[in-house]
Design a protein around this ligand. Sequence first.
Ligand code: UD1
Ligand code: UDP
Length: 364
Amino acid sequence: MKLCTIIGARPQFIKTAAVSRAIAEHNRVKTQSSNITEIIIHTGQHYDDEMSAIFFRELEIPEPKHNLNIGSGAHGKQTGEMLAAIEKVLIKENPNWVLVYGDTNSTLSGALAAAKLHIPIAHIEAGLRSYNRLMPEEINRVVADHISHLLLCPSQVAVNNLSAEGISKGVKIVGDVMADALQFAVRHIQTKADIKKKFQLQNKTYLLATIHRAENTDNKKRLQNIISALNALEETIILPIHPRTRKILHDMNLLLKPHVRIIDPVGYFDMIALEYSARMILTDSGGIQKEAYWLKVPCITLRDETEWVETVENGWNKLTGANTIAIIDAVHNFMPPAEQATLYGDGQAASRVLQEILNYTERK
Ligand code: UD1
Ligand code: UDP
């Protein structure tokens, strides 16, 4: 079976790593007849070394056969150029399946290109909703879900969201491939992460922050509020900065005080090591909210809503929006409960993804 994986943004490389590892394992133990050939198509949405190549190197992701080098741009231009370029490749490769992840513009264009060519689509991380259509990601995930054949969900909440939109066919709970990725990283951070030594960080003596979401970076008031909160705190804050945010802070001349240590984006092992030892995480990232939960690090989410509602319901994640006072208050007072429920699967999602694709193929 030939499967084309379409990816382009940082979190998708991390998720792909888990699935590609499962494919290699599947091919090692299974008979030749169910062999899976994975062809990776990299749209080029992310292209800086520390946003892309570092993940392929560190996580030993198979080299993309096609790198479309689309790069940055306005949503319509970026998505349109990806669509045209992916279509050409899919016609050439003629795969049995297309695999897309999450909710980026690479997800949308990959799914659209496949749908127009009548190639079955498996969507990993299906069913997530923020119910905020102003987010580009919400549009991407709604469209991808509605044109996918297999909707591979991390949780029952995701299944319920799809059901509310009339989608039940092809919906499967497989867990979250990010849990697989995290478990792999945790096994390797002792030998592969040296960031704490590099920055001389002691356990639980610093906060870790990330900011990149358009609703924060492209809204002057929200970004100012978040920066004011970070500046008002007295602890060391490590801020691996997304290139989008670096550029906007520079353009707006927004300055951070010296206790906020801005560093370049880091590789996955270093990031997990930073998260693991942080006293608390402040983020607007989707993936980092879950990693904080799994690593049992209290998380403050700099958004008004989240797709990962279970982390909030379980008391380990606090939504503060971009409200300066609420952020400062949460850093001082937020305290998760002692107990924690298991969320988003057991770290075996990637092999279930493959099983669901093979089951579907056999039934057809
Ligand atoms: C994208 C996704 C977002 C995801 C994030 C993961 C969409 C609509 N958004 O947001 O859901 O959470 O990736 O990190 O798909 N840039 C560089 N170098 C790079 C990549 C980006 O300098 O390697 C800069 C460019 O100025 C670019 C900006 O970052 O315009 C935004 O990049 P883009 O990929 O459009 O969106 P992200 O904010 O990364
Ligand atoms: N990440 C990383 N280095 C960084 C910042 C994030 O490896 O400097 C990892 C993080 O651990 C998580 C993923 O990237 O696994 C999240 O990506 P991002 O926040 O860019 O996107 P989102 O999850 O919000 O779509």
